[in-house]
Design a protein around this ligand. Structure first.
Ligand SMILES: Cc1cc2nc3c(=O)[nH]c(=O)nc-3n(C[C@H](O)[C@H](O)[C@H](O)COP(=O)(O)OP(=O)(O)OC[C@H]3O[C@@H](n4cnc5c(N)ncnc54)[C@H](O)[C@@H]3O)c2cc1C
Length: 378
């Protein structure tokens, strides 16, 4: 098992460094003509070419020094949906979407929900592109169950460095397919992806439970990911101070009576929050409250500090948008800040937590530290 950690913090130095960026210009693919993304040549061009999705990558990966940046979002966004008899659940006749590389996940969600379908694996934030996350991995609270987004792709259409358009899959040009997925745009440009879909739940029971002990927190996270038949999403975060409690709760519409004592500057007290979700397929006649109760009885959170709320599937998946809007309204969304993602083996997670706490001052830390478990075999 691995623990994924996402850490962000405001830092002026990053802003100064980015202002000194050596990257030159952005070229729209429409300038080449919509059907002629790259001119076909027999030899690779000496120019650097990079695809740019929504441009959220943090280290210039969507830039090309002295080269050409292809703005994928300026290509027409196309989404074609296919509903199979098997509902995407692994039967012979599966449901899928053919989506252009520059389309955003939020667009795919909106379109697929019209057919009662949705992709199985997500990122927390949906205003990023299909090509951008498939060039990384795309992880979130569903990864323990369905694997990252790159494990939920049936086929890709890729423009290679030779300017050839190749349709590849696990059985056709598999080497290219596997190189492009998670390939940071180094093996070709994804112009279309076939994404596996499943039946979408109408609603989601979204639960938060609080802890004052790190070992109990991670043990309960492991318990939750051992129940993939009942649990559909697992994440968690460190509650360092009032800001991390309230900043992370903007989209969580429950009335929480959790008023922790954060201790003093010399002796801070740290808390942890597990977030999990259970899908509510209303036609299945499953009592989701009973499912959540049965799960929570096995958990060891601080007594009486478990809160749950039922929201639409769309609102649940789009929860970070509310945080974005809140940050935008106070001018904080565009502020450059560090962002660190780490995969930590289970054996090292306690040491990492101690290292973090030795180096972070809870009283002035702003941002989010997410910690949640993944399974290696996914
Ligand atoms: C608020 C926020 C929350 C996030 N949460 C999560 C999360 O929960 N889980 C997670 O996994 N990630 C998360 N991310 C990170 C996100 O997945 C990456 O930053 C991703 O790269 C963003 O996609 P993009 O469209 O901005 O890609 P870009 O930054 O534009 O590109 C990313 C990389 O992919 C390449 N690329 C882009 N498009 C294509 C294409 N069509 N073909 C080939 N290569 C291409 C680029 O050259 C670059 O190397 C989050 C980001 C933000 C801003």
């Amino acid at each position: 098992m691995e623990i994924a950690m996402v850490c962000t913090r405001v830092n002026l130095l990053i802003l100064i460094l980015s202002l000194c960026s050596p990257y030159k210009f952005i070229q729209s693919p429409m300038d080449f003509g919509p059907l002629n993304l790259l001119p076909t040549t027999t030899a690779a061009s000496s120019d650097f070419v990079a695809a740019r999705g929504a441009g959220h990558s943090i280290h210039g990966q969507a830039q090309a020094l002295d080269g050409i940046v292809v703005d994928m979002c300026s290509l027409p966004s196309e989404i074609a949906l296919y509903r199979g008899g098997g509902g995407g659940g692994g039967g012979g006749d599966i449901s899928y979407a053919d989506v252009s590389g520059g389309a955003m996940w939020i667009e795919l969600l909106e379109q697929s929900l019209k057919l009662g379908l949705a992709p199985r694996s997500w990122t927390d934030y949906l205003y990023i592109t299909i090509g951008g996350t498939l060039s990384n991995a795309g992880i979130s609270g569903q990864t323990f169950k369905h694997g990252p987004q790159i494990s939920n792709v049936l086929q890709l259409e890729v423009v290679t460095a030779r300017g050839e358009t190749v349709t590849c899959s696990p059985t056709k040009d598999a080497e290219l397919f596997n190189a492009v997925l998670g390939g940071l745009g180094q093996f070709g440009i994804i112009t279309r992806a076939r994404i596996l879909l499943q039946e979408a739940p109408q609603k989601v029971k979204w639960v938060r439970a609080f802890y004052d002990d790190f070992g109990t927190f991670t043990k309960d996270q492991e318990l939750l990911i051992s129940m993939p038949d009942s649990v559909d999403y697992v994440e968690g975060f460190i509650v360092l101070n009032e800001q991390s409690l309230h900043g992370s709760s903007i989209a969580f519409p429950a009335n929480m009576a959790f008023n922790p004592d954060f201790g003093s500057k010399s002796s801070p007290k740290i808390y942890y929050c597990i977030e999990f979700a259970v899908h509510d397929y209303q036609y299945k006649n499953t009592n989701v409250d009973q499912v959540v109760e049965a799960i929570s009885k096995q958990m060891s959170h601080i007594a009486s500090h478990l809160y749950s709320v039922e929201v639409s599937y769309f609102d649940f998946l789009n929860r970070v948008r509310m945080e974005e809007m809140s940050l935008r309204s106070s001018g904080l969304w565009e502020v450059h800040h560090p962002w660190l993602n780490m995969f930590v083996p289970k054996a090292g997670i306690s040491d990492l937590r101690d290292l973090l706490m030795d180096n972070i001052s809870p009283d002035n830390f702003e941002g989010l530290i997410l910690i949640y478990p993944l399974l290696r075999d996914k």
